[in-house]
Design a protein around this ligand. Structure first.
Ligand code: FE2
Length: 247
């Protein structure tokens, strides 16, 4: 199974500011790339790991759904610190979206895909609540399928203070649950960079952002202008391959 991960699109309600124009153009270019390389990418589903919107507006989510539907590939999304849970639902009701599915629909007989909510309302840092941790542990114990977990906030520092200051606060707790229950992959976003590390049998993978990257090591806002996404190959065997695309 091949899963494409999009993250950190940061759309605005309209295209009236330079950042809004640029972020729409970045998203458009990624959508065009996926459309024109559909056969080579050969993906079964898409996960979107949050910060779909920058301003949380209904219009930004309507734009998101309209573009995602062009791909005609099943997709599921979770929310990031910039997102607005009410408005994304409202936009989906208004815009529709036949290809939007619950994340469980992206699983197959070998691999299970799970989402974990890491958003703390009104805060940039992430935290997985104890309720959510308990639920995750219960879900993991219910099946011996291999599991890939997706969430918004990065679990370990990526070496860029600008984003490491607002990473997941209880990554250690999450990781120990994942390790003792055989999770093989944790994919996240939020850090606007490419980062991979294997720890205790779990591959941590941070996908580059769709809108732009932060300069590695930056302590203040320094932008690197490219758009990225990853494709994760979840094979029947023990192999797990992550391909990165920067366009
Ligand atoms: Fe974020």
């Amino acid at each position: 199974m091949r899963i494409l991960q999009l993250t950190d699109i940061h759309l605005f309600s309209d295209a009236s500011s330079p950042a809004a124009v640029k972020n729409r153009a970045s998203f458009d270019s990624v959508i065009s790339y996926i459309l024109s390389h559909r056969e080579q990418l050969n993906v079964d589903g898409i996960v979107v790991t949050g910060d779909i919107s920058h301003d949380g507006s209904v219009e930004s989510y309507r734009y998101f759904f309209s573009k995602m539907e062009l791909l005609d590939i099943p997709y599921a999304y979770l929310l990031g610190n910039h997102d607005n849970a009410e408005n994304v639902l409202l936009a989906h009701q208004q815009q529709g979206g036949a290809n939007k599915v619950d994340v469980c629909r992206l699983s197959d007989s070998q691999w299970r895909i799970l989402f974990v909510n890491s958003v703390v309302k009104g805060r940039d840092h992430g935290l997985v609540s104890s309720q959510e941790l308990n639920q995750l542990e219960m879900q993991l114990s219910e099946s011996d399928r291999k599991t890939a977990v997706f969430m918004h906030h990065h679990v370990q520092p990526v070496g860029t203070p600008l984003v490491d200051e607002c990473m997941l606060l209880n990554g250690h707790e999450l990781l120990s649950i994942c390790r003792r229950n055989g999770v093989r992959f944790i994919g996240s976003g939020h850090a606007h960079t490419l980062f991979q590390r294997k720890t205790g049998g779990v591959l941590l993978s941070v996908s580059p952002a769709v809108c732009h990257q932060w300069e590695n090591g930056a302590t203040s806002v320094k932008i690197v202008e490219n758009s990225g996404f990853t494709v994760i190959s979840l094979a029947d065997t023990d192999s797990l391959v992550v391909e990165t695309f920067l366009i």
